[in-house]
Design a protein around this ligand. Structure first.
Ligand code: UDP
Length: 314
């Protein structure tokens, strides 16, 4: 007899990473219930799935109490504004979805006896004093700074997730997701990869904030989704870093992106946003050894895919 399809509730499923995860789970032959309030997600990201009988979508803000009828095997919480520009635009919504939203999602997982997966972030390390960042590092976060609405709500989300694991024996998994890029990032979400691609395609100067010597490490979205699926089905109950450890300065990224797009652009310097982390690079030893996972897409391949997608949107 064919195995019964599992039901995956993907909260934030119309967002950038959430929608790629919906695709993956549907491709794997399972059922997806996607919930999103669409403040930063978009119906466009899931429109190709709407007619699939294994996929359903509900517009719902999970910061308010909500329920889903029928069995659920996995609750994956990917809902939150995630770009610095977005979470500064929606500070209260960001705090609410990380706190009330995570609480509501955990309550649902408890009720349904589902496994819970939290999309956490490298932002829990703040402006890190340990480099590369390893999961055992507790971070260096300004608790009242402008980024704190995101950083602290995700730190709270991790804390309540661990408490539900200890107190209510909910099966939980936590990914700390580092900078990720690819198709379906919003053109104007303010992050460096979509900004640079948009500027290149519109022949505008590339905006480099501060000296451009700050570093980030960029993971292609398909690699990340593979890591998420492996972590979900693993037995690791503590947070796991998922990201690409290849580290670039923002100025280097500006050079690489111009090479990949075969376009030359001027660079203009803009002020560095407050509390902008000076360096970021994941230590992925845990994921490598326990999940047998490491990124496979190199930055040139990944950026070409992303550029091609942005071109189609123009
Ligand atoms: N950044 C930049 N130009 C831009 C957008 C971002 O120089 O047009 C810088 C930003 O200051 C940060 C890095 O690029 O140091 C990554 O920013 P992003 O907003 O993509 O994400 P973050 O890693 O800060 O969450």
């Amino acid at each position: 007899m064919a195995q019964k399809r599992k039901v995956y509730l993907i909260i934030g499923g119309a967002g950038f990473i959430g929608s790629h995860l919906c695709d993956r789970i549907i491709q794997d032959g399972q059922k997806v219930v996607c919930v999103d309030n669409l403040i930063t997600g978009s119906r466009n990201n899931i429109k190709h799935l709407l007619k699939n009988k294994n996929f359903s979508f509900f517009k719902q803000d999970v910061s308010e109490k909500f329920t889903i009828t029928g069995p659920i095997d996995y609750v994956l919480h990917f809902a939150s504004p995630a770009s610095p520009v977005d979470y500064l635009k929606y500070p209260i919504e960001t705090l609410k979805v990380g706190s009330f939203g995570t609480y509501n999602a955990l309550e649902l997982a408890k009720e349904k006896k589902a496994r819970f997966f939290l999309a956490s972030t490298s932002e829990v390390y703040g402006d890190p004093l340990v480099h590369p960042q390893v999961e055992s590092y507790w971070g260096n976060v300004n608790p009242i700074g402008i980024r704190s609405v995101y950083d602290e709500s995700k730190r709270f989300a991790e804390a309540i997730t661990m408490a539900y694991q200890r107190e209510h024996k909910v099966e939980t998994r936590i990914a700390r997701i580092f900078n990720t890029y690819g198709p379906r990032m919003q053109t104007l979400d303010g992050r460096v990869v979509p900004n640079f691609i948009y500027q290149l395609l519109h022949k505008k100067p590339l905006t480099v904030y501060g000296t451009g010597k700050q570093t980030r490490s960029f993971c292609y979205v398909d690699d990340l989704v593979e890591g998420i699926v492996r972590l979900l089905h693993s037995n690791i109950k503590t947070p796991v870093n998922l990201g690409n450890p290849l580290e670039f300065t923002i100025l280097e990224l500006a050079q690489i992106i111009q090479k990949v797009a075969r376009t030359k652009c001027r660079i203009v310097k803009k002020p560095l946003p407050k509390d902008d982390p000076k360096q970021r690079k994941p230590n992925i030893s845990l994921a490598k050894t326990k999940l047998k996972w490491k990124p496979a897409v190199n930055v040139k391949q990944g950026l070409s895919q992303a550029i091609a997608w942005f071109e189609q949107q123009m």
